[in-house]
Design a protein around this ligand. Structure first.
Ligand code: 5GP
Ligand code: ZN
Length: 116
């Protein structure tokens, strides 16, 4: 997919509205449009990467920053103490529907295991 057609690239560029809760040089975090928990935020790298499968060695720092941004979001959302879940869906069997790497930050309720 061309980055010009990617909805998360459009959110990063400010061309599509989203409720942004955190932004830094490399990542943007915004509320999921269809929340699956009281807190459901997506953290994306600003650079278009289609999926975890497309990550390369050179992206190690960037994906680390995405996880650290997820931690910061959990802290600012007040769900750190109780616990929260970070999810990276990769590919159709995992239910990935948007082809731009995104870390789900889910919390505010008890999570179950195994996930569906
Ligand atoms: P996936 O299933 O690919 O791991 O997660 C994609 C997520 O993106 C879904 O939870 C879905 O609700 C969310 N999403 C899809 N389109 C939009 C959008 O336009 N804006 C926002 N904020 N979230 C979206
Ligand atoms: Zn993108």
């Amino acid at each position: 997919m061309a980055t010009t057609e990617c909805i998360f690239c459009k959110i990063v560029a400010g061309e599509l509205p989203a409720t942004v809760v955190r932004e830094d040089e490399h990542t943007v975090a915004f509320r999921d449009i269809n929340p699956q928990a009281p807190t459901h935020v997506l953290v994306v790298p600003k650079r278009h990467i289609p999926a975890v499968d497309a990550l390369e060695e050179a992206d190690a720092e960037l994906i680390g920053r995405v996880v650290l941004a997820g931690k910061a979001v959990a802290q600012q959302e007040g769900i750190s103490g109780a616990g929260y879940r970070l999810v990276l869906n990769n590919g159709p069997a995992a239910g990935q529907t948007v082809d731009h790497v995104h870390l789900h930050v889910l919390g505010g309720r008890q999570m179950h295991w195994p996930p569906g």
